[in-house]
Ligand binder design. Structure first.
Ligand code: UGA
Length: 438
């Protein structure tokens, strides 16, 4: 099918590449000329495992092209996917949907009467119906508008797009449903469930899913607080409760908490929307979810102060800058939140990351450590593991111990083999656990 993908950020770029890989003919539209030039040259503007090769292959197959604005070829598209950003507004917790309106306005002159507009951006419930009305008014006839939320995760984005757990289609007319069912046939043919809903349900599915994931993380982090006070081990506890199929073990890892461009923003947007709808008490618990998340980062700072007897003037190495492994995304990263708090207390903070150092150099050059982790560790009196990169799990505590000024470790993600680090002479703390040091 001929399609356009409008907005080539993380979501749009991945969707465009993945759908070309599935055999569709895709035009990616993005007003940022530098980004289009990068993509046309086959350069992925962010790190995402597997996506660079897939981009090169899609361009090579001539199924994927890019433009800064719609042209004649957009008129033949059967589906236009809206993938523009809906960031948090600068003056409130609400999502800013203005890019969606601009995208729809730019689309109207090339929108054929049968074409379906499929929104994938994460939006406050009610946005799709308003956009449909706006677009129909501008077009002078009812447009086909559907909502098709995206659930891809950074780090596994391509695989999540090609083989998602489910496809959700919020539709109001049969034509849109038929076109989108046909579009996704290569995926549903492999057994992926496809659920059709109305527009508000589809919009809400996405924000509810992300808010649930944040809640699950904060739940185990709250249990970790209790475990610390009670002398229990929240990691073992999570294993035990996770074996109950009703609970499940995923997203039950306690640590420095959730970050990234989605979970924090979507939790806040959910709260803001519930307030707008007059049901703010329904989302009250999400304030606690946020507060627990913030407390876990503060806990690391408290542990650092206790370990070092105050952090002012002390050199502290933070392992990890990205909000999670396999991405170079620094948005709302717990690692950088901790870095900032320690910096504010006068510590000499050094941050290492296997992939995100270039981004760190651009945004927080004062913290960027050496690319070589052993060089970055030189003279540190405390090492804090904040992002669970595989490279860190494999880090040799004996060798690292020869570089640092003092062998103190806080494992903020419960990644490391504590016995091994202790046997290399390290004093170890870990969140949610009561580690005995000899
Ligand atoms: C999230 C959702 O998982 C995707 O389904 C969704 O499509 C996406 O947001 C989005 O809205 O676009 P992502 O932001 O890539 O994906 O990150 P997650 O894998 O959800 O991780 C979020 C945060 O939770 C990370 O900081 C991670 O370290 C943390 N986390 C995760 C924990 O602290 N504990 C866990 O057990 C799991």
């Amino acid at each position: 099918m001929n399609i356009t993908v409008i907005g080539l950020g993380y979501l749009g770029t991945t969707h465009a590449v993945a759908m070309a890989q599935l055999g569709h003919d895709v035009i990616g539209i993005e007003p940022n000329a530098a980004r289009v030039a990068d993509l046309e040259a086959g350069r992925l503007p962010f790190y995402e495992p597997g996506l660079q090769d897939a981009l090169t292959a899609a361009i090579g197959s001539a199924r994927l092209s890019f433009a800064t604005a719609h042209g004649e070829s957009s008129k033949t598209a059967a589906v236009h996917f809206l993938c523009v950003g809906t960031p948090q507004s600068s003056d409130s917790n609400k999502a800013d949907t203005s890019y969606l309106y601009s995208a729809v306005e730019a689309l109207i002159p090339v929108l054929s009467t049968d074409a379906v507009i499929a929104g994938k951006s994460t939006v406050p419930v009610g946005t799709a119906a308003e956009l449909a009305e706006h677009a129909s008014k501008l077009a002078g006839h009812p447009v086909h508008l559907a909502w098709n939320p995206e659930f891809l995760r950074e780090g596994t984005a391509l695989q999540d797009s090609l083989a998602p757990d489910r496809i959700v289609l919020g539709v109001t007319d049969e034509h849109s449903e038929n076109v989108l069912r046909e579009f996704y046939a290569p995926i549903t043919a492999t057994g992926t469930p496809l659920l059709t809903t109305d527009l508000p349900t589809a919009e809400l599915v996405k924000v509810a899913a992300n808010s649930f994931l944040a809640t699950k993380i904060s739940f185990i982090n709250a249990v970790a607080e209790v475990a610390e006070a009670a002398g229990a081990d929240a990691v073992r506890l999570a294993e035990a409760i996770g074996l109950d199929e009703r609970i499940g073990s995923k997203f039950l890892r306690n640590g420095v908490g959730y970050g990234g461009g989605c979970l924090p923003k979507d939790v806040r947007a959910f709260i803001a929307r519930a307030e707008d709808l007059g049901v703010s008490s329904a989302a009250d618990f999400l304030h606690d979810v946020e507060a627990i998340n913030a407390r876990r980062r503060e806990r690391v700072v408290t542990l650092a102060q206790q370990t070092l007897g105050g952090v002012s003037g002390k050199r502290i190495l933070i392992l990890g800058a990205a909000f999670k492994p396999d991405t170079d995304d620094l948005r709302e990263s717990a690692a950088l939140d901790i870095a900032k708090q320690l910096d504010d207390l006068g510590a000499k903070v050094v941050v290492h990351d296997p992939m995100a150092l270039p981004a760190l150099v651009r945004q927080h050059p004062q913290w960027a450590g050496d690319q070589d982790v052993f060089a970055a560790a030189s003279g540190a009196e405390l090492v804090i593991l904040a992002t669970e990169w595989r490279q860190y799990r494999e880090l040799d505590p004996f060798e690292l111990g020869t570089k640092v000024g003092a062998k103190n470790l806080i494992d903020g993600r419960n990644l490391l083999d504590i016995a091994r680090w202790q046997s290399a002479g390290w004093h170890v703390d870990a969140l949610g656990r009561n580690i005995k040091n000899g």
